[in-house]
Design a protein around this ligand. Structure first.
Ligand code: ADP
Length: 456
């Protein structure tokens, strides 16, 4: 069901319910009023008859009947009966067998002194009068309230017609009103349907800039900007990756071309194969890096996290790196051993954490003349802090923000080998471990990369 129809129907149901309750209350009050007024008239009539018959002596019953018939004209078909203390009919303005009464009713009137009731479609009032000898008479007056009921029927009919017309009008106005209110949403719908992957720069108009619809459009525009940015990142990632892959591939191609131009000695072929091997190694390293970057894009769901001692990971990385690069000096400072093992234990993924420290320590050695990295492990109540410091080339202030972007390399690092993807991998892995990496660096003096990661 369309929202417009839904709103119009809900609106109609609410208005119809209010009007129905209102009409029922009015009807109930009118019916009550009618009854009260009619009972009052009957009570008056009963009192007049009793006055004349019981209290005024010497009134002829026949004469009273004539008076009754003439004065009761306002109470249609009214019947007035008087019963003596033995419950015998002492007077009736109608034939006794045509009127209704029962001993129980008379008994009830005698105990309650006054009674208002209705049976069939007649209203009855019963009351008690004592004569001078202390005998109590029951006076019953009953009649149909034809005029009152007719008036009530008229009110009911008017209300039903009014209710039907009001519901009908509410449906029409509800539809118009809902259509009017939903117009901005229809507009947004229309505008959104025109946005594709090729025109993400297009933005939705924010209308009056004040209401919820404007807020929705603003949020949507912000989301579009984020999508656009991630599209751009994706595009630049692909072009950067292709560029990085092309360089060693082009080198391999020209090396093979040069080797094939003339006949070569075994030594020359060996040397060409060796340099091809090195280029191939670079390619493998690069594709591994790209693969890791793609893996680190995934959420934590697929990554198994287990308790790991940070110091053990660091010693393993130190061991592996010094085996690969014998000129690297890696010092690990772990003097402040905590009493509680949990303080140096983190919930993490071993290969991923090793990648982080491998990258940071390798960078520290790579970008410094003395090829030395100084690693320190510290901790507090919450976190483990692992800092990797060097006394190398440092990072220019204006570029420090960008070094975690994929493929970004600082200008002063151009002469060093690298692809600029290591740190972006480190940052993502730190995020996955609910940690972060902070950098402090001084150009030409050195850098400190600190990994802060929550321990158990
Ligand atoms: P790569 O080292 O392969 O270029 P990284 O992502 O590891 O890629 O580093 C990105 C850039 O950050 C490097 O190119 C370099 O400019 C800068 N950088 C990283 N570590 C250091 C460091 N220890 N000293 C100076 N510059 C660094």
């Amino acid at each position: 069901m369309k929202i417009r129809t839904k709103i119009a129907l809900q609106f109609t149901v609410i208005v119809a319910t209010i009007l129905t309750v209102f009409s029922l209350v009015i009807y109930y009050l009118s019916e009550n009023n009618r009854k009260q007024e009619f009972y009052l008239s009957l009570k008056d009539r009963a009192r007049t008859t009793a006055q004349l018959l019981i209290k005024e002596k010497g009134i002829d019953k026949k004469l009273l009947k004539i008076v009754d018939k003439n004065t009761l004209s306002t109470l249609y078909a009214a019947e007035v009966m008087v019963f003596n203390d033995l419950n015998e009919l002492a007077y009736s303005n109608y034939e006794a067998d045509t009127v209704y009464y029962s001993p129980e009713l008379l008994k009830k009137i005698r105990t309650e002194k006054y009674l208002e009731s209705s049976f069939n479609d007649k209203e009855v009032v019963g009351t008690i009068y004592d004569n001078e000898f202390g005998k109590s008479f029951v006076v019953l007056a009953q009649a149909k309230d034809v005029y009152g009921k007719q008036k009530l029927a008229n009110i009911k009919q008017t209300m039903i017609y009014g209710l039907i017309s009001a519901i009908f009008l509410t449906i029409i106005f509800g539809f118009i009103f809902a259509g009017q209110s939903l117009k901005p949403i229809s507009r947004i719908n229309h505008e959104v349907s025109k946005i594709t992957a090729y025109n993400l720069t297009k933005k939705l108009s924010t209308g009056n800039n004040k209401d919820e619809i404007a807020q929705l459009a603003r949020n949507f525009n912000e989301m579009l900007s984020r999508i656009e940015k991630s599209f751009e990142l994706q595009k630049s990632f692909v072009s950067n990756a292709s560029h990085e892959l092309r360089t060693p591939l082009a080198a391999i191609k020209s090396e093979i071309q040069v080797a094939l131009e003339n006949d070569r000695s075994t030594e020359e072929y060996k040397s060409t194969l060796h340099s091809l091997y090195i280029d191939n190694q670079r390619l493998i390293q690069l594709t591994n890096g790209l693969l890791q970057l793609a893996k680190s894009e995934k959420t934590n769901e697929n990554v198994q996290m287990v308790p790991l001692r940070i110091d053990e990971i660091l010693f393993e990385v130190q061991d592996e790196l010094t085996h690969q690069q014998s000129n690297y000096q890696i010092m690990i400072d772990f003097d402040d051993i905590p009493d509680d093992d949990n303080w140096v234990t983190v919930s993490g993924n071993k290969p991923l954490l090793k990648t982080v420290f491998n990258n940071l320590i390798e960078n520290a050695c790579k970008y410094s003349d003395n090829k030395t990295a100084e690693v320190k492990i510290k901790f507090n109540k919450r976190n483990c802090l692992i800092s990797v410091a060097d006394t190398g080339i440092g990072i220019p202030k204006e570029e420090i923000e960008r070094i975690f972007e994929p493929f970004y390399r600082t200008k002063n690092a151009a002469t060093f080998k690298g692809h600029g993807i290591g740190l972006s991998i480190c940052k993502r892995i730190a995020d996955m471990h609910k940690g972060r990496i902070v950098v402090k660096s001084e150009l030409h003096s050195g850098s400190v990369f600190s990994v802060i990661i929550p321990h158990l």
